[in-house]
Design a protein around this ligand. Structure first.
Ligand SMILES: *[C@@H]1O[C@H](CO)[C@@H](O)[C@H](O)[C@H]1NC(C)=O
Ligand SMILES: *[C@@H]1O[C@H](CO)[C@@H](O)[C@H](O)[C@H]1NC(C)=O
Ligand SMILES: *[C@@H]1O[C@H](CO)[C@@H](O)[C@H](O)[C@H]1NC(C)=O
Length: 346
């Protein structure tokens, strides 16, 4: 017969085992629900074994990011990490077409920033950061164009923070700051994971075929405009074109009133799915401003959005509320063929 003491220890240990089992199953669920793509995971998936260190204080191979990019041979065919240590890098950075397979890794978007201040009539010219090489990945970096809003708008100038003009480009945990025309998502298949995007007018624009997963979209007020700004200005030009901006599970909030999108091309395609929309979204939701053709081919749509800006009363009559079946092909990673080129997605 067991002594009271061993009886107690038996019960205590089975209690601990029960708690452990509970925790393991419970925590496994937690993790699953909030998978975070971090840089060790990306490095492992890409199988990288070469790193170039950039340190603004001189403790790396280069003090400037552009100098590090310049050191990579043309026609590069193996993934290489350009690790940008913390600091504010005041330079324009260009990843040219002939330098693919660069993984630009920062120390976090609050720590590593690329900053420039330029407004121009030419979007591309104003851009702080330009990527024209396919297979490019950025992680934990802020891209900023500090050109003052007032001047930029009154002169009709734009201030682009990033110009993304290549196929197979992904940004993880990055931030894009500007006002008028922040992110020029020009062309190619792109994936933005947990990025912060700030602006006032047409601040995500272009003809990219892009998924923005868990984007944090902050609207900046622009007091001088009589028309309202717009989060997106997508310009899909034809029925056969695959381009479109798909926002999944993020949030849109900020200061002042904006549209979710304005039609920039006859087949303009933008979808906000399962996204929180604050009061900053005006009741019409979408605008055909400056587009004077028929609205029948526009694909400006929402799917199960929530929050005070998601009310559908007052929505532009040509905008769409999608069904589960209609939205399915767009909210799948297959929309950007992600399984064929993305190292990781959520
Ligand atoms: C790094 O990659 C190169 C090219 O694939 C390969 O030749 C080399 O053995 C690798 N080095 C290590 C340490 O894995
Ligand atoms: C607007 O852009 C043009 C070039 O496109 C430039 O010459 C001019 O200085 C810019 N204006 C401002 C206020 O930045
Ligand atoms: C553009 O939108 C406005 C307001 O919703 C509407 O009155 C107008 O008919 C639209 N234009 C076209 C061409 O559909």
């Amino acid at each position: 017969m067991a002594s009271p003491r061993s009886w107690l220890s038996f019960h205590v240990s089975s209690f601990i085992v029960t708690i452990l089992i509970f925790c393991l199953s419970h925590c496994a669920l937690c993790l699953d629900g909030q998978t975070v793509v971090d840089s060790p995971l990306l490095t492992e998936k890409l199988g990288i074994n070469r790193t170039i260190k950039v340190d603004i204080n001189g403790n790396g191979e280069f003090k400037s990011i552009q100098a590090a990019i310049d050191s990579i041979p043309e026609g590069n065919s193996k993934w290489v990490i350009v690790h940008v240590r913390k600091g504010i890098y005041r330079e324009k950075v260009h990843v040219p077409q002939n330098k693919p397979y660069i993984f630009m890794r920062g120390n976090g978007r609050g720590k590593t920033a690329i900053v420039w201040s330029q407004s121009s009539e030419d979007n591309i010219d104003s851009a702080t950061f330009k990527v024209e090489a396919h297979d490019f990945i950025a992680f934990g970096i802020s891209f900023k164009n500090e050109a003052p809003t007032g001047i930029a708008y009154t002169s009709q100038n734009q201030s682009v923070a990033a110009f993304v003009a290549a196929d197979k480009v992904a940004f993880y945990h990055c931030a894009f700051y500007s006002t008028h025309n922040t992110l020029f998502d020009y062309k190619g298949r792109h994936y933005y994971e947990s990025c912060y995007i700030q602006g006032s007018i047409d601040f995500i624009f272009g003809r990219g075929r892009s998924i923005f997963h868990k984007a944090d979209i902050f609207v900046v007020d622009d007091k001088r405009v009589t028309i309202k700004g717009s989060v997106t200005a997508q310009n899909r030009e034809s029925e056969g074109e695959m381009s479109g901006f798909i926002f999944i599970k993020g949030k849109v909030y900020g200061i002042g009133g904006v549209y979710l999108g304005r039609a920039k091309g006859p087949y303009s395609r933008v979808i906000f799915a399962e996204t929180y929309l604050s009061k900053t979204i005006v009741p019409e939701g979408w605008t055909n401003w400056s587009y004077d053709g028929s609205t029948k081919d526009l694909y400006h749509a929402e799917y199960e959005c929530h929050g005070p800006g998601a009310l559908t009363t007052g929505r532009a009559p040509w905008s769409r509320q999608l069904t589960k079946e209609e939205v399915a092909p767009f909210i799948s990673i297959d929309y950007i063929d992600g399984k064929n080129w993305l190292p990781a997605w959520v």
